[in-house]
Design a protein around this ligand. Structure first.
Ligand code: UFG
Length: 320
């Protein structure tokens, strides 16, 4: 298949582009390198540099594109509350341009990179797809708005689409992993302590209503996530918009993640308790039963040790 991967220089997008190339697909990466890394784009992919809205028309006009995997987005929760205009423009605005280009050029298969942030603060866990969507931040709101637009295009124009709502993506796949210009995510930050780039890790609150008082998250391996995208693309149905949660189904606290990183790296990783971070929920755990039952998704790297080992293999070889 010929597949366009928007945001194919970002973390999840570059892993998916790499897997698609390995599986023999013809991949076109679109990225403007606002947050992505040039090195992360697989060498075998065709690279079109630019914003989605600016270049998608010319890419789809080639006429032989079978599907689009749409990752290009801004994705930092805190930043989305400070500069919401950039999130509405770059997430919703660019996605609407993509949907229009797909309609005009008759490309009807879409896999959309969505987020657990669409659910907001859930009343209970695990979170299933029928939970109310009530995002507590602009990032989640932009992703949810795109879902509404996708649903309309499916109903009116026969688009076949799947939105995948990720929980906490982590790990690495070979030479591609988390390497952001500005890092805010827990596992890469902890591992930066082990490489000497950072002195300690701050634990954002130890008074949460969780077993050890630190926040609990569901970590999913980025390579397992890539499999779900491929399965979604292969099983998309005309006029249907499917939504799936993707997690490992297990929750780990911040303290447990730090401890696992100590074991894997052999570094003492000093930690210090700091105030809670605004907008953080106490616990987020996915039910991925629907993805397993309906997509046939079988995540195989669900234990935290594997996730941290793969992340460490990647992070430890980066230039500091
Ligand atoms: N944390 C710390 N110290 C740090 C960084 C994070 O204690 O230095 C804590 C956070 O407070 C949170 C947990 O570690 O409790 C995980 O934080 P991350 O920043 O790694 O991830 P988030 O859970 O905030 O958000 C991630 C993605 C979102 C997505 C969400 C869905 O970044 O895009 O998972 O679960 F919406």
């Amino acid at each position: 298949m010929k597949i366009v991967v928007t945001g194919g220089a970002g973390y999840v997008g570059s892993v998916c582009a790499t897997v698609l190339v390995e599986q023999g697909h013809d991949v076109v990466v679109i990225d403007n390198f606002t947050t992505g890394n040039r090195d992360a784009v697989p060498a075998q992919a065709q690279l079109v540099e630019g914003s989605v809205a600016d270049v998608i028309g010319q890419v789809l006009a080639q006429g032989d594109v079978d599907a689009v995997f749409h990752f290009a987005a801004r994705s930092l929760v805190g930043e989305s509350m400070e500069v919401p205009e950039e999130y509405w423009r770059d997430n919703l605005g660019q996605s609407l341009a993509l949907l229009e280009a797909m309609r005009i050029h008759g490309v009807k298969n879409l896999v959309f990179s969505s987020t657990a942030a669409t659910y907001g603060e859930p009343a209970t866990t695990p979170i299933t797809e029928d939970f109310p969507t009530a995002p507590t931040n602009t990032y989640g709101a932009t992703k949810l708005s795109i879902d509404y637009a996708i649903t309309s295009y499916c109903q009116a124009h026969g688009l076949a689409a799947t939105s995948l709502r990720y929980f906490n993506v982590a790990g690495a796949y070979g030479s591609v992993g988390e390497n952001r210009k500005i890092e805010t995510h827990l596992i890469p930050l902890i591992l930066q302590v082990a490489t000497g780039k950072r002195e300690d890790i701050k634990i954002f609150g130890d008074d949460w209503p969780t077993p050890d008082g630190t926040a609990v998250r569901d970590y999913i391996h980025v390579r397992d996530l890539a499999d779900a995208h491929v399965l979604a693309c292969e099983t998309n149905k005309p006029s249907v918009h499917r939504i799936f949660n993707l997690g490992s189904g297990d929750g780990y606290s911040v303290s447990q993640v730090i401890e696992m990183c100590r074991e894997v790296t052999g570094h003492p990783i000093p930690a210090e308790v700091a105030p809670r971070r605004a907008g953080d929920p106490a616990t987020l755990i996915a039910s991925s039963d629907k993805a397993m039952n309906e997509l046939g998704w079988k995540p195989s790297r669900t234990d935290l040790r594997t996730i941290v080992e793969d992340a460490w293999a990647f992070t430890s070889q980066l230039d500091n």
